[in-house]
Design a protein around this ligand. Structure first.
Ligand code: GUN
Length: 285
């Protein structure tokens, strides 16, 4: 029987910690701020951006909202980023993805100053992470490390297996686990015997993108299982992850539920990154 890793509670703790730290900075006359840019009106993106603004309000971070029409040109978006890069009252810049098809996402990500890249998507942020320099870490994998640490999961010397090699989750996750001295294996669609590799894991991070794909037969007795997936089950309202929770639960040592596991951590870590940005820009780290 697994212990449930409560992402809702842990993310709340982190937001409360950030709130205190942001208030302490304000005492010193330093405001923390985040510029959030949304282009178009994709319904999911609109909900995500709304949640990010709410979290800013909760933690005392000033949020500046830029809601631009779908037909915004790439050039005018880049100009807005230039303006925010140059604005000393803005600590973090977030451009909600995906962008409309006529805008080159990679060009936009590269235009954000690495010092304000609170999403951690800029190639310089990724580079800094991979050589162990200070910089912003992509929020979902950073949140997973917090879940593991705060649930007292031993990482040093552990066999960690990550399923998925995306730039936003799988790859940074592997680097972060390596930084914690785990022995890391990254699996993907060409991995020959996925079940065999997963069975070795003390810590299994699943970002495979397929509903309830990983069941008990992939899990070593007592392993910690982190489920990054989120899917709507059938045509109903019920959500599920990449892990078959009912089957995994009796074998795993610890497990994250969906919803209420990894999901809430992403925004909490975004708030933490904004606080870090304010510290860095005021030469306090
Ligand atoms: N779209 C979905 N997730 C994210 C995220 O973490 N950051 C940004 N900028 N866009 C997203």
């Amino acid at each position: 029987m697994a212990e449930i890793i409560d992402g809702k509670k842990i993310s709340q703790d982190i937001k409360d910690e950030v709130k205190e730290k942001v208030a302490a900075l304000r005492e010193k006359g330093i405001e923390t701020s985040l510029a959030v840019i949304l282009v178009g009106n994709d319904p999911a993106s609109t909900v995500y951006v709304g949640n990010k603004k709410k979290a800013c309000e909760y933690t005392g971070i000033r949020s500046l909202s830029y809601e631009l029409p779908e037909d915004t040109t790439e050039e005018s978006l880049l100009q807005l980023i230039d303006k925010l890069n140059a604005d000393d009252t803005v600590n973090g810049i977030l451009v909600q993805l995906p962008l409309p098809k006529h805008i080159d996402e990679s060009k936009v990500i590269r235009r954000i100053s690495p010092d304000k890249d609170v999403d951690g998507f800029h190639p310089e942020s990724v580079g800094r992470l991979s050589i162990g320099e200070k910089g912003f870490v992509s929020c979902t994998p950073a949140g997973i490390i917090e879940l593991l640490k705060r649930s007292n999961t031993e990482l040093s010397g552990a066999e960690a297996v990550v399923i998925g090699r995306s730039n936003i989750v799988g790859k940074p996750m592997a680097i972060l686990l390596l930084r914690e001295n785990a022995t890391v294996t990254v699996c993907h669609s060409k991995t020959r015997d996925l079940r065999e590799v997963c069975k070795r894991a003390d810590v299994l991070v699943v970002a495979i993108g397929q509903p309830e794909f990983i069941d008990n037969t992939y899990i070593k007795e007592g392993a910690t299982v982190i489920d990054v997936g989120i899917h709507r089950k059938g045509d109903g309202k019920k959500l599920c992850g990449d892990v078959d929770y009912e089957k995994a639960f009796p074998v795993a040592g610890k497990i994250t539920p969906v919803p209420g596991g990894v999901g809430p951590m992403t925004i909490a870590m975004l708030m933490y990154n904004c606080y870090q940005a304010a510290l860095m820009q005021n030469d306090l780290v």
